[in-house]
Design a protein. Sequence first.
Length: 322
Amino acid sequence: MQPIPKVHRLLPAVVAVLICLVTPSLGQPSQDQLAVVNAVAITGQDVEQEVALIAADIQLRNLMWTRQQITGISNQILETIIDRELLYQRAQLRNIKIRSRWIERALMDLKAKVGSTEAFDAYLKSIGFSEEQLRERIQKGLIVKRLLHREVIRQIKVSEAEMQAFFSRHPEFFIHKDQARVRQIFVAFPQAGDVSARGDALLRIQSIQERLRQGMDFAALALEYSEDPSKARGGDLGYLERTQMIPSFAEAAFALQPGEISDIVESRIGYHLIKMVDRIPTSQMAYRNARSKIERTLRRNKEKAAAADYLAKLKNQATIKR
C-alpha cells in the first residue's frame, strides 16, 4: 500500500483549482457546518463530496490509496475547500467570466479519460453528481484558474540572469550519466525449482554463443532465438544507464567496449549474451541545452510562491470561522 501524501500533493489548495474538476459547491448554513468563509458555509457534506472527488481522481490514475485513508486527512481537505472558496469569491468580485466552449472541452477531456459512456455514468455515481452539477464545478474551477492567470501568473518573469545563476549553483542537476546502447540475446529459466529446465536454458544459450563465435550476426540471432520483447529490434535495448539494468547485466555490459560481446551472463531471470553497440560517457549538459528546463522549473516555483502569497493576502482580508 502506498503511503498517503499530504493533501497538498493530491489536490493543492491553489494548484487543484487548475484541474478544474474539484471545486466544491458549498452548502447553506446548517448545524453540520464546519467553517464559514465570508458568510458562505462549508459543511460536512462538502467535505464528503470532496473526498469522493479525490477518490475518483485517484482511481482514474490507478493509484493505491483507499477512501478510508483519504477521509483520514479530512482536516487538510477542509482547508483546501476554504482556500478555493476564497479564490472563487475573489473571481466573482472581479466579474471574471469564461466561455461555455471551454467548459464543454474540459468535460469532453474528462469523459475521454474515464472511457466509455457506462464508465462515465459510474464515475458520476461514485462522486454523487449529475452531469450538470459536474459541469457547474468545472465552470467554477475554470473561473478560478482565469483569476490566478490574470492576477498572479501572467506577472511572473524569469530572467536570463536567474537561469544562468541556477545552472551555476546546481551543476548536479545537469549531468548526463554514463549510458550504454546494448543488444541482448536472452534465454529465460525458472527462478526456482526446475533444475532440468535451467540446464536446458544453459545449453540453448551456449549453442547461440557458439554460433556467434562462428561469425553469425548478433541481431539476426537475437531476432530468431531471444526470448525478450527486444528480439523484434534485433535485441536492441537502446541507451540505458547502469541503474536501469539488472546488476549482473550492468556489470557485464559496462565492462565491454563498442563492438564487443560478453560471455554468458546469469541474472535472476535467465541467461544473457550482451553486445555493446555504443557508449556515452558521463558529461555535463551545456547551458543552452538546459535552458528551457531551467526556465520551466523556475517559473513553476515562482508561480507557486506567488499564488501562495496571493492566497495569504485574501485570508488576511477575509472573515473565516472554523
